[in-house]
Design a protein around this ligand. Structure first.
Ligand code: GLU
Length: 312
């Protein structure tokens, strides 16, 4: 049984990412689980090993490491075969269809059909354009040189989850992408397959992914995989009130170090912003264990916090 933090190695982690990672490590320790860091490097263009090692170093600087600390890094890019096997399994059951739509076409269709849904739909939920294409319509699109993604036939399934921080959340599952047009497995498919393969029974991540969770739970059920417990933690907001981003100034450990702020001060500030009691005289190695020893779920604020509350 494991908890995990699963960053995409596409740049330096910012305070919002680090805050979520710290909570993930603390909650895993508190609940007696192992903790693993998994690199979600599905996008081979934006991901790099350099980003990966900087992220691992920054996580270590706030006390977040895999158990055991020298465990080999698991990368999603090494597991495409496993992801494709899951897609093949769904395809055998007639649950997969090719989708030729471009992002722009999907956006136009969503705007044209805009009506207020009565339950949550994830942002950009697919309107089903290619779901009922005939074989000849598919062949015509392929002949036009259009490449196809693979989508799940979800039949508008509604899923309710009970999140440990956000509470009850109900969402409709759209026909989520399983593999992109370039053949790369999608985030939603890969995350479900990899969490199960790694024995992850606890997912702590940013609130922005709550809306995708019904899709993931639906995929788990179709694939016969267990559903982990979910903790979607409030985001850190930048000065404009939007979610924190690199353009918001000194928001990474490297930026803060150049401004004279050390890692110890940052990890204490992150812990405080999570409602946790910061231990005295504990070095980085004992930090997560010390926080876990006084942890209680109700301490964690459910809503977003401002970056000013997260800075030392
Ligand atoms: N890799 C995703 C991200 O960096 C997080 C995925 C997850 O925690 O499920 O946003």
């Amino acid at each position: 049984m494991s908890g995990r933090y699963a960053p995409s190695p596409t740049g330096d982690l910012h305070l919002g990412n680090l805050r979520t990672a710290l909570l993930a490590a603390v909650v895993a320790r508190w609940s007696g689980r192992r903790f693993v860091i998994r690199m979600e490097d599905l996008d081979r263009v934006t991901s790099s090993r350099e980003h990966e090692s900087r992220q691992l170093a920054d996580l270590a600087a706030i006390g977040v490491r895999s158990d055991p600390p020298d465990a080999p890094v698991v990368r999603q890019s090494d597991r495409f075969d496993l992801h494709r096997a899951a897609i093949a399994h769904l395809a055998e059951r007639g649950l997969v269809y090719p989708c030729f739509c471009t992002r722009r076409e999907i956006r136009a269709e969503i705007e044209a059909a805009a009506s207020a849904p009565h339950v949550h739909l994830p942002d950009g939920a697919y309107p089903g354009t290619c779901r009922e294409l005939s074989e000849s319509e598919r062949a015509r699109r392929s002949a036009e040189g259009r490449r196809s993604a693979l989508r799940l036939r979800a039949d508008g399934e509604e899923i309710t989850i009970v999140d440990r921080i956000a509470g009850e959340y109900r969402g409709v599952v759209d026909d989520v992408v399983l593999a992109r047009a370039d053949g790369v497995p999608s985030y939603n498919l890969a995350v479900v397959v990899d969490d199960a393969a790694q024995g992850v029974t606890q997912v702590v991540r940013g609130h922005d992914l709550l809306a995708s969770t019904p899709r993931q739970v639906h995929l788990q059920r179709l694939l016969g995989l267990p559903t982990p417990e979910y903790w979607h933690v409030g985001l850190v907001l930048g000065p404009s009130g939007d979610r924190l981003a690199k353009r918001d100034g000194a928001v990474t450990l490297a930026d803060l170090a150049s401004a004279g702020v050390d890692g110890g001060a940052v990890r204490s500030a992150l812990a405080r912003s999570l409602g946790l009691t910061v231990p005295d005289m504990v070095g980085v190695d004992g930090f997560v264990a010390a926080l876990a020893s006084t942890f209680a779920p109700e301490l964690v604020p459910a809503g977003p916090v401002s970056v000013d509350d997260v800075l030392p």
